[in-house]
Design a protein around this ligand. Sequence first.
Ligand code: UDP
Length: 368
Amino acid sequence: MNILLLGAGGFIGVNLTERLLKDGGHQLTAVDISKDKLEHLLNAPGLNYAHLDISSDEAKIEELVKVADVVVDLVAFANPALYVEDPVGVYDLNFTQNLKVVDQCRKHDKRLVQFSTCEVYGLTAAKAFGLDSKENPCPFNEDETPLIMGPIKNHRWIYACAKQLLERVLHAYRYRDGFRYSIIRPFNFVGPRIDYLPSEAGGGNPRVFSHFMDSLLYGTKPMQLVDGGQVFRAYTYIDDAVDCIVRVIENKNDNCDGEIFNIGQPENELTIAELAERMRDMFDEHFRQEGDPPRPEIVSISGEEFYGAGYEDCDRRIADVTKAKTLLGWQPQYGIDQVIFKTMEYFVEEYRKKQASGMAAIPAVASV
Ligand code: UDP
């Protein structure tokens, strides 16, 4: 297949590109505004990289759409800190610019695999009705569960809303014109090449795993639990996720057309407070070396202090993955401890390499 991967340079994109190259038999065109994470793949046979921006290079992207068998759109701002800092930019990229890709696919009659988000589900019904979501799990089903967002003043929800509107537009085009698309809703994928460490990037606000790794490796700050870290997340290892994504792209028997797929590992659920404890213990048990910063403290911080005004958290996200299992024959393999271990291992190995070559930033406090 000739596969056009838009946003191939991000965390999911690079892992997907690696896997598709390994499988072989495809012609891949990887498009991104950054090739940093793709550097190790750029000479691989079967891969072309195009440095293009969907916001400003429409004509060139249209040429690529024309010759593709399937277009996979991964372009997004997908980091909660950004939803709070730059809600207009998040809306613009995640809806307006992505809609251009939809229009090009419609114009040239190409199938589109559109990445969305588990955030479209928003809050659980339990939370919305003032019940304890710990006692009322409310799994999210692609075709049944209502989508519940918080108030407008909490502009975090603009991301979920933009993605939801894009999904609704895709559905409307299928309803009217038979447009061929599939939607993927990722549930907390983690693994190699996710985000960055703030100490190495000179700041920034990545997702939680990177913050905790930063505390463990650099000791610049304690592990901070936003509002006590009592919300739940279920982490999915990127290899499991990619295995499912490839099945959606392949679309055997066309059984993914018009379908939305949750991709997640509902058995891997824990609270953020539990994640912090487990990472801290795992670091001591498997990765700690002489000279590393001391075991960090775990402290609580308010959402407003951590993100600024306009933040509201998702209380719980349990993916109902029945569809991916039955329609695609997919079965995730990695349990929560493996997911945490393998992702930590990636960060630690990268850090030790930098340390050995004198490229790592200096830890704030070294252990004695
Ligand atoms: N969070 C935290 N400490 C951090 C960063 C994030 O407690 O240093 C929390 C955040 O408020 C949310 C959860 O961790 O409850 C997961 O946040 P993340 O940014 O990874 O993305 P999300 O899963 O919300 O999309």
